[in-house]
Design a protein around this ligand. Structure first.
Ligand SMILES: O=P(O)(O)OP(=O)(O)OP(=O)(O)O
Length: 432
């Protein structure tokens, strides 16, 4: 078993040549393009997909390899997955050759193999560079070709940076310093995931609302910070794919994700010094301004201002960029209970809301929206320790008011304001 750590970008056709020139300028070994033919297999009831596994046979220059990628983790466009590779003499499945430990409960080679048939193909030319960067060796692949599933096909044009050995931060730095440009955007989906979508008819996903962060009861403050930022990033990445496909409402959700990330940094600012996140906050705010100003929103996902802010956030998250800035006292707070922090801060959020919405809103209701959205974002991060039914009336009350203000539903604002204020706190607080 090996662990694949890979950063993926989608490449706009307009920038392929410039990108290739940038890659050729890096010191390292270059391999001319080779044709890779890949067949992905699945059962009629999508058993592998349901286990978050992907099975393929790859043919290159008359040699064959069978690969299973198993469930992993994706942070933004950074994928980390265990994978199992077996060399084959012919393009025929031989699942029994995978190690026994690979199979999750309920799946085994003997019963699975007869149920499998090809579902989609990825055929592409791969041009490769291997570079030494920082303390790492990184393989960069430029893949140009297509994905075919059923009657459908779509072009494939990707840049992948894979860590051969070394540190994740070197991949991120290499991408940021030498490759990132207008026309590259991070890819949140593996080729297999795109193939499955294509085989299912390729309808774009639907926009989703931000949800409450759920963490283990014993989570530390640091786990709270990481979990919250990972959630913001996942929301951003998911809706960026939709934005690039022109799905209405996606831009608003990307804006929510970026605002959430900024609000998380402010919320944890009582422990993490501001200078630790100065660069990240600056980039998030530049992207947020670009989101507000841009009319061609589909193109925005391809702009460097987007990629750069997201890469900085991924970097900060995966390298725990706050740690070098923590005092001893802050370090020990970070290992303290997130639940206690959540209770204290829910009380603060509620007090702010009470102060801001104590009086009927006169005229410029919209001015209160950013404050209300910030409070809601904090509640999404902090409320997950309480059962859904306990927290929802409070959250939904303020959500309804936010919607009314946003939609300028003037006759609904006053009753909703009163309603939101009237809901009792659901968290443990000093007044209870
Ligand atoms: O060559 P790999 O293993 O990186 O696989 P791929 O065909 O590029 O697909 P993925 O999107 O899973 O990296």
């Amino acid at each position: 078993m090996s662990q694949e750590i890979e950063l993926k970008f989608l490449v706009h056709p307009d920038v392929t040549d410039a990108l290739r020139a940038a890659l050729n300028a890096l010191p390292g070994d270059h391999t001319t393009p080779r044709k890779l033919l890949n067949i992905y297999y699945e059962t009629p009831d999508m058993l592998l997909r349901r286990h978050d596994m992907g099975l393929r046979i790859r043919g290159v220059d008359g040699c064959y390899e069978m690969t299973m990628k198993t469930a992993g983790r994706t942070v933004g466009g950074l994928h980390q997955r265990p994978e199992y590779n077996v060399a084959l003499t012919e393009p025929r499945l031989a699942l029994s050759r995978f190690p026994q430990e690979m199979w999750p409960e309920g799946l085994d080679a003997q019963t699975l193999e007869p149920q499998l048939s090809p579902l989609f193909h990825t055929d592409f030319e791969r041009e490769k560079w291997v570079v030494a960067y920082g303390k790492s060796r990184i393989e960069i692949a430029l893949d140009m070709g297509e994905i075919r599933g059923g009657e459908s096909r779509e072009p494939l044009s990707e840049l992948e940076l894979e860590l051969l050995d070394g540190r994740v931060e070197d991949i991120l730095a290499l991408a940021r310093e030498h490759l990132l440009r207008d026309g590259l955007r991070q890819g949140g989906l593996s080729k297999a995931a795109r193939g499955y979508n294509l085989a299912r008819g390729n309808a774009p996903g639907e926009c989703k609302a931000l949800s409450v962060l759920e963490l283990a009861p014993k989570a530390t403050l640091e786990q709270g910070l990481s979990g919250a930022l990972a959630q913001a990033l996942a929301h951003w990445q998911y809706h960026e794919e939709l934005l690039a496909r022109g799905v209405p409402g996606a831009q608003k959700q990307v804006a929510h994700a970026v605002a959430l990330a900024r609000h998380i940094l402010a919320l944890f600012g009582v422990v993490v010094p501001r200078k630790a996140s100065a660069r990240l906050r600056e980039q998030l705010s530049q992207f947020s301004d670009a989101l507000d100003a841009e009319t061609d929103t589909d193109a925005l996902a391809w702009r460097v201002v987007c990629g750069s802010a997201k890469l900085t956030l991924i970097d900060w998250l995966v390298t725990c960029g706050w740690q070098p800035f923590l005092s001893e006292a802050a370090r020990s707070k970070m290992q303290g209970s997130f639940k206690r922090f959540a209770d204290t801060h829910l009380s603060r959020v509620a007090a702010e809301l009470k102060a801001a919405f104590r009086q009927p809103l006169a005229g410029r209701d919209i001015d209160q929206l950013p404050r209300l959205e910030r409070a809601l974002h904090c509640a999404y991060v902090l409320a997950g320790f309480y059962p859904h039914d306990a927290r929802q009336p409070w959250i939904e009350g303020w959500q309804a008011l936010a919607r009314a203000i946003d939609g300028n539903l003037v006759y609904q604002i006053e009753p909703l304001r009163k309603q939101a204020l009237s809901v009792a706190p659901f968290w443990r607080h000093s007044g209870q």
